[in-house]
Design a protein around this ligand. Structure first.
Ligand code: ADP
Ligand code: MG
Length: 435
């Protein structure tokens, strides 16, 4: 995936060479990807608006360049720039910039008038847009007759009427009371999530940060820090392809690992995978332990998987008190836990040594673990689902679906919670089997 917006070595110096020279933006590099919701955050005067207007193509860089959709501003003709402003980018400001002598509807339709659309078409779309932002009743009024929140919604309707892919908003709720502010921020969030528009919002209000996928912190004309709430950027193309195939985080992580291991020998891969296996096995088996207990247990499982200690020693060590370097668990828990690990590892060994019988051993194991009763037909069905998964002919998600599905439509008809747990169990076994 290519970045939608790329900012390269951008600098903005106002009044360069004059006594009142101001360096508003020091050398700045930033990439923004399709569908991201990015907040530019920092105190007043730190250069947020300068950066945003540079992205909008409204502020000419002193040095550097901005590229949108693969086309650099420095290489755009006036016509291309105009096109970008009319249909590519929607701008929302703190001051609403509504034209006082035009009605709400005419204000909203204005960008389309510039594009030479027929009045009746314009109005139809204007009305749709006003309805969407819940402001249609005000369509015949003039801006001075509206509240701040209503004015901003009119400004948003206008910014979005040509359906731009990118929305740039400079402190859009700075002048609004907190309820209207929330309302407007929710509209932007929906535009990002539902309409998949890319949003860059400038704010100095820390309460807004939770809305964004990524937060760019600025200070004194520089980006000083970046914070990620939700990652929407690809690490590389391989990874984004993998993510498209499977949404389970554990499988994803494994696939990413695998993609980067392509050039290694199998033994090397196994060495590298052990810590990951230990983590997955542990998080599969435990949910309510504190961090220290988890980290000790994790180390011990790793030792077990590296075969430095056996399952019995694992149990002893988990049972041993903290101060003696053990896990500080009680005996019952340690026993139960190591029994589970032993069961899983036994399955792994069986599947590896007798791959032809994998689906029947695994089905017996799962039937016992989940206390299932299956008639002959369903048992065969179950085994065939498992064997498809073992041979990687279906994904984890598909396997779960088939286990979950009603018997009448070819599934096993188990509770979906059981199906989820069972598919995770199979996944863990498949992971541990890998070497
Ligand atoms: P922010 O949006 O974070 O408050 P700005 O980008 O508006 O910050 O401003 C960054 C710095 O650039 C400030 O010191 C401001 O005074 C200065 N500045 C902004 N616009 C101009 C301008 N047109 N001429 C001169 N200085 C400017
Ligand atoms: Mg500003």
């Amino acid at each position: 995936m290519e970045p939608l917006i790329s900012i390269d070595k951008l600098r903005v110096i106002y009044n360069q060479g004059k006594p009142n020279e101001t360096r508003s933006l020091e050398e700045t590099n930033l990439q923004i990807f399709p569908r991201e919701y990015v907040i530019i955050y920092g105190p007043s005067g730190c250069g947020k608006s300068t950066l945003l207007y540079s992205i909008a193509g409204l502020q000419k860089p002193t040095y550097g360049d901005v590229t949108i959709n693969g086309k650099a501003f420095s290489k755009m003709t006036k016509k291309e720039m105009l096109e970008l402003h009319q249909t590519g980018i929607g701008l929302i400001f703190q001051a609403f910039y509504l034209i006082p002598s035009l009605t709400v509807l005419d204000n909203v339709c204005l960008p389309q008038a510039f594009r030479g659309k027929r009045r009746s078409d314009r109005e139809r779309e204007g009305i749709q847009s006003l309805r969407r932002f819940n402001i249609l009743e005000q369509s015949g009024k003039y801006p001075s007759q509206l509240s701040g929140g209503q004015k901003q919604r009119v400004a948003i309707s206008r910014a979005l009427i040509n359906n731009p892919k990118i929305i740039l908003a400079d402190e859009p709720v700075g002048n609004l009371d907190s309820e209207s502010a929330h309302n407007v921020l929710q509209i932007l969030k929906d535009l990002n999530e539902v309409d998949q528009q890319t949003i860059i919002l400038v704010t100095h209000n820390p309460e807004h940060l939770a809305y964004a996928d990524r937060i760019i912190h600025m200070r004194d004309g520089r980006i000083i820090k970046e914070e990620v709430n939700r990652e929407k950027r690809p690490i590389d193309v391989t990874r984004s392809e993998i993510i498209a195939q499977d949404t389970d985080p554990a499988t994803q992580e494994l696939n990413i690992l695998m993609a980067s291991f392509k050039s290694l020998l199998p033994q090397q891969v196994n060495m590298l995978l052990v810590p990951y296996k230990a983590k997955q096995l542990l998080s599969h088996l435990l949910s309510d332990m504190n961090e220290e207990q988890i980290s000790i247990a994790e180390t011990l499982i790793r030792e077990t998987l590296f075969k430095n200690i056996n399952v019995n020693e694992l149990m002893e060590r988990l049972d041993l008190s903290y101060d003696k370097g053990g896990g500080g668990w009680n005996r019952v828990r340690a026993k139960h836990f190591t029994d589970r690990i032993e069961g899983i590892m036994e399955q792994v060994a069986l599947i590896k040594s007798h791959p032809q019988e994998a689906s029947s051993t695994l089905s017996a194991y799962l039937i016992n673990l989940f206390h299932l009763t299956l008639d002959q037909t369903n048992l065969l069905r179950f085994q065939s689902i498992l064997s498809l998964r073992i041979d990687s002919k279906i994904s984890r998600v598909e396997m779960k679906k088939r286990i979950d599905q009603a018997v009448s439509s070819g599934g096993l008809g188990l509770y979906s919670q059981t199906a989820e747990k069972m598919s995770r169990e199979v996944e863990i076994i498949m992971l541990l089997k890998y070497s």
